[in-house]
Design a protein around this ligand. Structure first.
Ligand SMILES: C[S@@+](CC[C@H](N)C(=O)[O-])C[C@H]1O[C@@H](n2cnc3c(N)ncnc32)[C@H](O)[C@@H]1O
Ligand SMILES: [Zn+2]
Length: 318
């Protein structure tokens, strides 16, 4: 497989450590991708286990299926690859069906293979159509439609709230002005507009000038933050008592949602703070594995630059 080197699973040792997958249990990989993590999980599950994998990307599912069924038959778990969005987890799991889940992993975002396929339009590095749909088969809204039809105020809001781009309003104004001359249809065109909008002094820090706007568009097109809340919520409900959840995120907005969702399940008391004792009786559902996120070692980042911004949070169900 030519793309092997491009999907080294991120924080794999750490994930296996914190999930502590036991033989004969049910493991859900909510972002199967190219099965980098799932292959490792499968080895721990053994032939009496069940491996469930969700991905909304057809190419990823195909390659993951091939890799998983390439494992020796005698020792591999039962395997179910589910097509869909982890935001629809209830529906997907009810279709199997499964009684409950012992461990679950989310490894968020797009895979390096998706990022490196120009036609998907995720990258600001190559001339490509402005698409960015994670599941072109079911989604209709593309980045191109957002860029060419949303008004300046909506564009500015989307860019600002889905990235920490301080020039969001200027970028939105420049987009609206540019498209008066004709639609903006390719990533290079958009990169040029963004570069023109960000004053030279503001361009010196923070990496590629288009990085944040592209991230914001991707998050918007795929409703990534809402879907993440729904997916985490569902996964925690499906977990068996003692079950474990691990989530790898790649930017601060995702990490904040993971942190806040975990926190909302670890502290369930809704009593007013001035009440001397708890009267609501709502018990914590989760216990945090570690308070601080686990980050990759310098050696891993060296080997796999994609791991650079990764943060792993985990918790177990009480
Ligand atoms: C970073 S990759 C996962 C890589 C995988 N852990 C591996 O080691 O091969 C993320 C994958 O999750 C999928 N994905 C992202 N958001 C999703 C969602 N909301 N529902 C289903 N799949 C999603 C993407 O299509 C992509 O294949
Ligand atoms: Zn209370």
């Amino acid at each position: 497989m030519t793309s092997e080197y491009r999907h080294i699973p991120v924080l794999s040792t750490e994930c296996l450590d914190v999930l502590a997958i036991e033989e004969g249990t049910v493991h859900l990989d909510a972002t199967l991708g190219f099965a980098g993590h799932a292959v490792l999980a499968a080895r721990q599950l053994g032939s009496s286990g069940l491996l469930l994998g969700i991905d909304q990307d057809a190419v990823a599912r195909e390659e993951a299926t091939e890799r998983l069924y390439g494992l020796p038959e005698a020792s591999r778990p039962a395997i179910k690859v589910l097509a869909g969005n982890f935001g629809d987890m209830d529906e997907l799991l009810l279709s199997v069906p499964v009684p409950g889940i012992h461990t679950v992993l989310f490894d968020l975002g797009v895979s390096s293979v998706q990022l490196d396929t120009p036609s998907r339009g995720f990258s600001y590095k190559e001339g490509a159509p402005l698409d960015m749909r994670m599941d072109p088969g079911t989604q209709t809204l593309t980045a191109q439609e957002v860029i060419n039809t949303y008004n300046a105020a909506d564009l500015a809001r989307i860019i600002r709230t889905n990235s920490d781009e301080r020039w969001a309003s200027r970028i939105a104004d420049f987009i609206v002005r540019q498209r008066e001359e004709g639609p903006i249809t390719t990533s290079d065109q958009l990169v040029e507009v963004i570069k023109a909008a960000i004053p030279a002094a503001g361009r010196r820090s923070g990496g590629h000038p288009a990085k944040r706007t592209f991230q914001a568009l991707r998050i918007h097109v795929n409703s990534e933050l809402d879907v993440l809340r729904q997916g985490l919520d569902a996964a925690i409900r499906w977990l068996e008592p003692g079950g474990r959840i691990a989530v790898i995120s790649y930017h601060s907005l995702e990490d904040r949602i993971v942190k806040e969702t975990f926190a909302s399940f670890t502290d369930r008391c809704t009593c007013p703070p001035d009440l001397p004792v708890c009267a609501c009786g709502r018990e914590p559902i989760l216990e945090l594995g570690t308070r601080k996120p686990i980050v990759p070692t310098a050696a891993e980042v060296e080997r796999n630059p994609r791991a650079r911004s990764a943060k792993l949070r985990w918790a177990f169900k009480r």
